[in-house]
Design a protein around this ligand. Structure first.
Ligand code: FAD
Length: 469
């Protein structure tokens, strides 16, 4: 079933029909049906499956932050402000440069650790909430500087959103981040290489297929329309959503007339939104700021981690005082220090605290702050968005596909998993990683594992090898 994602405006708060009335011609929005998930697929059943559900994960409540309409980089700066020199913040959402990434999270932690060092006396007790990359980085920095540090982590493991799984898999699979952007001598590329973790070059040129399995050339029309809309938005008096920018700039006014392959110009805009925008931000175009949306330019020096991303944390975590399986639900401070209450009812005291929990946890007020956080912090927490991207990893007995392309995408249909990574040419193993993002991910988060798998296998049908005559 086709669906005009950017015209559906699921979270835009304004009438889609009203929007549609403003432009002509417009595709007629078709409400998305609940997926016919249990229809048996022609794609064979995999041997091993691993599915993520970051939006329902109590200690993440989403995948990474994004700039919602009206949010600015200053909101991230505001969230990173120290409260009374007692409560400090770090984590990907606080990073002004490269938010939503491992690199950004680490940079924010180094900054928070240096802010603590500026005000703390030698030997002070510093508590860090969260043992992801931000928490472990800040802890290492402060321990090495001579502070008495304890890290409190809700999960029974360190790493947070860096979530590597081995066991049933011939190589470690990544349920969180997989990709590295930027130069090989920049973090974390340099550290992973130094640790002997396998990184493989990943060229993001996709093989594009229609639902019927026909391989087609990517049309630049979708990317051009988005670029034009963002350029238009940059000249406006106030921020609008990417969806609004597409419509009001006229860039969304693309023909619906299908060509011989059954694809219209409008399909290529849908394609751009589904395979790049939503996957990079975890948000719909109606949610994203046209001024500050993530820069999704392709880089030709991208790499994919296949040797265990979590190795990154092992060395830094060595010797740290870690309290695992301990949920912090209240942080109180006064001019004498900080007191933290755990889910067990126990309390801990410290001189200062660095809070590195994900934005989703802060948005849901899963931790009570006493006194309440300053207005600027609360405003920033409300303004920034938490996107959702989920993954499914599938290991097959033998490949059911015959393409050697590494990146597979689907055009001309509302595939819940519009992007797939084929690990076969990279590792020799018939393993695929699928991505589902934004409102598709939120909808699929409610499915049980069997239904989720069925939706993934259905999305893979265009890649079934054509049997020999
Ligand atoms: C599917 C997916 C794909 C991604 N892809 C990429 C990519 O390709 N490249 C990239 O650079 N980045 C990617 N990211 C983003 C990257 O993973 C994050 O930006 C980064 O890992 C965040 O680190 P952090 O330390 O800020 O947060 P986290 O790793 O989430 O650490 C916060 C910690 O706080 C803990 N916590 C939460 N609540 C409590 C509580 N109440 N008490 C105690 N502890 C608590 C959590 O359990 C967690 O361990 C991806 C993320 C996801 C989910």
């Amino acid at each position: 079933m086709k669906r005009r994602t950017f015209l559906l405006g699921t979270a835009s708060g304004f009438s889609v029909l009203a929007l549609a009335a403003c432009v002509a011609p417009v595709p007629v929005p078709t409400p998305s049906a609940s997926p016919n998930t249990l229809t048996p697929s022609l794609v064979p059943q995999p041997l091993t499956v691993s599915r993520t559900n970051w939006s329902t994960d109590a200690f993440s409540r989403g995948s990474f932050s994004y700039a919602a309409v009206g949010a600015t980089p200053e909101h991230r700066t505001a969230l990173g402000q120290t409260v009374d020199a007692r409560v400090f913040f770090a984590g990907e959402a606080v990073a002004v440069d490269e938010p939503g990434t491992v690199r950004g999270a680490r940079a924010s932690a180094l900054l928070a650790a240096s802010q603590v060092q500026d005000v703390a006396a030698p030997g002070e007790r510093i508590t860090i909430v969260g043992a992801g990359i931000a928490g472990i980085t800040a802890a290492r920095q402060l321990v090495d500087a001579g502070f008495n540090v304890v890290v409190i982590e809700a999960r029974d493991r360190i790493g947070g959103r860096i979530d590597t799984v081995s066991g049933d898999w011939p190589f470690p699979i990544e349920r969180g981040p997989s990709f590295l952007h930027g130069a090989s001598d920049s973090f974390p590329n340099d550290e992973l290489t130094a640790l002997g973790v396998t990184l493989l070059p990943f060229v993001r040129t996709p093989e594009v297929r229609t639902r019927a399995g026909v391989v087609v050339e990517v049309s630049p029309l979708g990317a051009q329309a988005v670029a034009g809309a963002l350029e238009w938005a940059a000249d406006q008096q106030r921020d609008v959503s990417v969806e609004r920018a597409l419509v009001d700039s006229g860039e969304a006014r693309l023909s619906n007339t299908p060509n011989a392959e059954g694809l219209s110009n409008a399909d290529w805009l849908e394609y751009e939104i589904a395979t790049r925008f939503k996957v990079e931000t975890g948000a719909t175009p109606s949610q994203q700021s046209a001024w500050y949306t993530t820069n999704i330019a392709n880089a030709d020096d991208d790499q994919i981690v296949v040797g265990g991303y979590s190795t990154l944390l092992t060395a830094d975590a060595e010797g740290l005082e870690l309290l695992l399986s301990s949920v912090v639900n209240r942080i109180a401070h006064d001019d004498r220090g900080v007191s933290l209450r755990l889910g067990t009812g126990e309390s801990l005291s410290a001189d200062r605290v660095i809070v590195t929990v994900p934005l989703g946890v802060l948005k849901d007020a899963a931790i009570e702050f006493s006194p309440a956080l300053p207005f600027a912090h609360r405003g920033a927490i409300a303004a920034l968005g938490m996107g959702v991207v989920d993954k499914i990893w599938l290991r097959f007995d033998v490949p059911f596909w015959d393409t050697a392309a590494r990146l597979w995408t689907i055009v001309g249909e509302d595939a819940d998993f519009p992007v797939w990574v084929n690990m076969m040419p990279l590792t020799g193993e018939p393993i695929l990683m699928g991505l589902v993002a934004a409102e598709n991910a939120t909808r699929l988060s409610e499915l049980d594992d069997e239904e989720f798998l069925a939706a993934a296998l259905t999305a893979l049908e265009p890649f079934l090898a054509v049997p020999d005559e």
